[in-house]
Ligand binder design. Sequence first.
Ligand SMILES: [Fe+2]
Length: 651
Amino acid sequence: MQSRPRTVISSYANEYISIPKYPGLALHRSTRHVSPYVRAQRAAAAGVHRRIPPSRCVSRALGDTVDAQTGAVGMQHIHGSGHLLRILPALFLRYTLGFIEVQHDQGSAQRNKSHVNDAMLMRHIIAVCVLVSTLVLLCSGALSMPVKLQTLSRTSAYIRPKFSSEALPFHDIRVQSRHGKVEQVHLSVLRYDRVVIGFLRDINDLPNTELPMQATLRYGTNASHLDHEMVLNARVYSGMQEYNSYLWNPPMGAPALNRSEVAAFMNTASWAEPWWYVYRNTTVADIPENRSVFAVYNNPTALYQSPLVFQAKLDNLLPQTTYYYDIDGEFSGNFTTLPEPGIQDRPMTIGLWADVGQTNISVMNMEYMLNKVNPDFVMLHGDLSYADAYWPLWDTWQRLMEPLFSTKMHLWCNGNHEFNSGNENNVAYMFRFATPFEESESPTFEYHAFEAGLVHVITLASFARFDKQSVQYRWLMRALERVNRTRTPWLVVQFHVPWYCSVLGTGSRLLMREAMEDLIYKYGVDLILVGHVHVYERTYPVYNNQTNPCGAVQLVLGDAGNREGPSLPFIDPQPSWSAFREGSFGVGKLVVYNHTHAYFEWNRVACEYSNSSTCATPGDNSAQSHIASDSTWLVRNTTQCPNRLMPTERL
Ligand SMILES: [Fe+2]
């Protein structure tokens, strides 16, 4: 049996709302032929704030709110209605007890029989009326529940088992080359109407007379008639292999290489002259158990040649439209475009994950993202394949992720594993994944901006200069100035290394925070999404190391299953800005309902093993099971936090 999701309102805008058990139902319930969702949208457009009606009376009773300043869970009244709620139960008890007293009097004295009966009847009617009125008011959303101030446990009791992940077979068919056929298909979103379809061809097993440098992609909105055609030219890149000890000694997952294989790659004696300085008769004894070794640049046996890389930029697409595509008759798929900025006629679901890697848990999260989160698009906050310059791992990773990547568009962000964990220097990242930097007037693929529906996303680079003299900082100022909060009220920023994280000994980017946080606060960023540290942690709205109702909520979503395992322990005591933390694997789900309300859920991997005897969650034997171990409503209140308005509206 799965444990009950912990549902807490993060009322960082200091606005009371209910906790619908099924948020979608509440938002779609129709009244007078106009759904609350539509009415809320209209109200938001008119500058009027309305509360979402509760879907269940019981959800009102479960409601609590979080004081952004103190971190305590408590009551927030609006319109003074809490006083009414105090009075009504008291009235009910008074008349009910009075009724009992009357019954006692009736039995003991039997006097004034008619008068007593009348009084008893009247009190009974009044008591029922008070009770019904109380329930009606509760269910109508007119009251807030007075909850005594209390501090909930803000750290999950869940501790991930320390033993290794079930081995992912790297010779599994899912990561095998397709021998010249189209593979590693992936979608990158640049605008609501612009998508890049990327794919590769591995030519290693083709006869050397074959070099399929061109590919033809056809696409259209009619699956049986693809009326657009593009002829694409290939690119290729090279890299010198590096051999990180994780390859043969990973804390999680199966080894990608063994030490004797590495020794063979490192051995230069087979081709170098004995007098040459690179001459080295490397054996397995020369490959340490826990230390990386590096091939010299002039070792040809350690040269990697990428598969042929193709990218097709599909432009002028229709919004919210399903497109079908076919690549040389070898691969076909489909995807659905996003709504135009400022337009949203249904909730938008965004998948969130980071630090993915390629263990069996990575696969579980990928499948969960595809089948259960089923997002409109996905944001990946850095650390993708964990190839670390053993370049073939980029190919195995993209083959493994293809079921998700070929149908769900991604908005990419790079991490240290794309940059310098191994001498990657963004080469594979840059060649393989398209980012909307040209669309957002950024001078580099590393940072960019994007908008669709009610969401504006700014992606920053933790590994590009960020000081106030840097290009990135200056670009960020301009990018923030360009955000139209009327059109896209939700301002989300993603990058890789957290500014706030309470794991002991992990490197938060304090200098980046010091440089950029004032800017982020000034423009009222709602949400910051990061990875890097292999845990889940949610902050209260925070600014300058203090909880602040007008600061941004930061989510560390740093463990989608990579081979390094979780980062623990947490520091003790838990910082005041830390709302919830858990050393678990999983993925995030963000649902943007309207201009003021969004819902976030952390879906922890409940069972890390397909083997029931080692399942981490008692009673749950499903290898694919996730549970929502933390969730929160995000509420925008521009009255209290005018920094969330456009600068021209802040007067
Ligand atoms: Fe990282």
